[in-house]
Design a protein around this ligand. Sequence first.
Ligand code: SF4
Length: 206
Amino acid sequence: MAQKSMTLAYPVGDKLYLNLTNKCPCACIFCIRNNGDSAYGSQPLWLEHEPSLAEITDAIKNADPSKYTEIVFCGYGEPTESIELLCSTADFLKENYPNIPIRLNTNGLSDLINGRPTAYLLKERIDTVSVSLNAATKDEYLRVTRPKFGECSFEEMQKFASECKQYVDKVMFTIVDILPQEQIEMSKKLAEKLGIGLRIREYIEE
Ligand code: SF4
């Protein structure tokens, strides 16, 4: 049975990661959550309950953000599942720690999750958006991410990433390095076509 805790903020190297929610509309075959209860040596990231803003801000204050070079919305779920909490937390960070850049790691399905356009909400709140591209073709994307929204997800993810460029300084796609080389090459071409940088990141098994 999964271990639970209220680990809402945890260090990853010189960055502070925030764990806002366990909700996610995908079931990625390589999701870190399939392999254990934590990430990068953290306490369990399965939450006892979905957190309040006060719980998140307390966790941030206790972690002393001034020690970190970046704050990252990531964790054991999709942060845009809690879009209001994400915005309020980013507002708190910008007000209290204005010099620390903020990144959102997302599956890019926020508009489908929230049933409305949401990229504009990131303006002046988020400095970098990192969208999981995961695959270069719709079929492969659906195979590896298994989103509950089905076929439209691949296009909607790309649309969200493209719209983020209007509101956020830096937008990038990521894929994991365990993809077949052919998918990696096709992903590079797709990212280039959309004018978005691509980061090939190491697959973490923990
Ligand atoms: S989008 Fe992220 S949290 Fe959701 S299943 Fe995929 S890897 Fe896991």
